[in-house]
Design a protein around this ligand. Sequence first.
Ligand SMILES: NC(=O)c1ccc[n+]([C@@H]2O[C@H](COP(=O)([O-])OP(=O)(O)OC[C@H]3O[C@@H](n4cnc5c(N)ncnc54)[C@H](OP(=O)(O)O)[C@@H]3O)[C@@H](O)[C@H]2O)c1
Length: 234
Amino acid sequence: MKVAVITGSTKGIGRAIAEMLAKDGFAVVVSARNQKEVEQTVVEMKGSGATVEGRACDVRSNEQVEALIAHAVSTFGGIDVLVNNAGVGRFGTVAEMSPEVWREVLETNLNGVFYACHAAIPHLRQRGGGYIFNISSLAGKNAFPQGGAYNASKFGLNGFSEVLFQEVRYDNIRVSCIMPGSVSTYFNNHTPIPEDEWKLQPEDIAQVVLDLLHHHPRSLPSAVEIRPAKPRKG
Ligand SMILES: NC(=O)c1ccc[n+]([C@@H]2O[C@H](COP(=O)([O-])OP(=O)(O)OC[C@H]3O[C@@H](n4cnc5c(N)ncnc54)[C@H](OP(=O)(O)O)[C@@H]3O)[C@@H](O)[C@H]2O)c1
């Protein structure tokens, strides 16, 4: 059984990816900071027939990320797919944003991805290859006022992804950076509402991940932009 580890997978995009990969036959490891929500996710996914294991992990902690990867390996025997999805959005001007909020965003969206890749790559190599997905954002290409921390984290993640795919391609490790536009999730303290119907749904991003996993290995879509087909006007 192929094994996938997805960070930030109790809700939103990560949860949809975990569910879709489980339906595709992967053993999945779900994680997030909130232990109760991790446990709840495992119960719900097992109820739908998934092979799933959960572990609380704050990706800002290298030790916790190492423990997550080690847990996946000891439970399922290895790792084939890593989805770096955990991310936060905090917005404010450079003049007004506190250094603590700046650090929260950069440490989650960028440092956490490095920790997970650093810990997982030896295990992917051991399997003879694998796939790393980095869930970035269109905010990684388009700057906007009050986006200092978020834009910096996602521009950084895009650059990191380009470096990574060049470093590991000859180990048969594929790397794709996915850049969604607005997705209806709990991001930035939002709650999905019916008025979100113009936005992407988490399943739309999960479908991209699944399609890339089944993509012919001769070519690599190393970066994918996905946006609502008909954004709200005005
Ligand atoms: N929604 C959008 O419009 C949108 C657009 C483009 C890109 N994205 C990106 O998509 C990714 C997922 O976002 P989402 O929209 O699905 O958000 P979400 O609904 O808020 O879900 C975020 C998930 O990440 C977890 N998480 C947050 N901080 C974490 C940390 N330090 N360590 C581990 N897990 C953490 C959360 O659980 P806990 O709080 O329990 O940790 C939750 O499971 C992010 O990287 C985001 O930047 C989102």
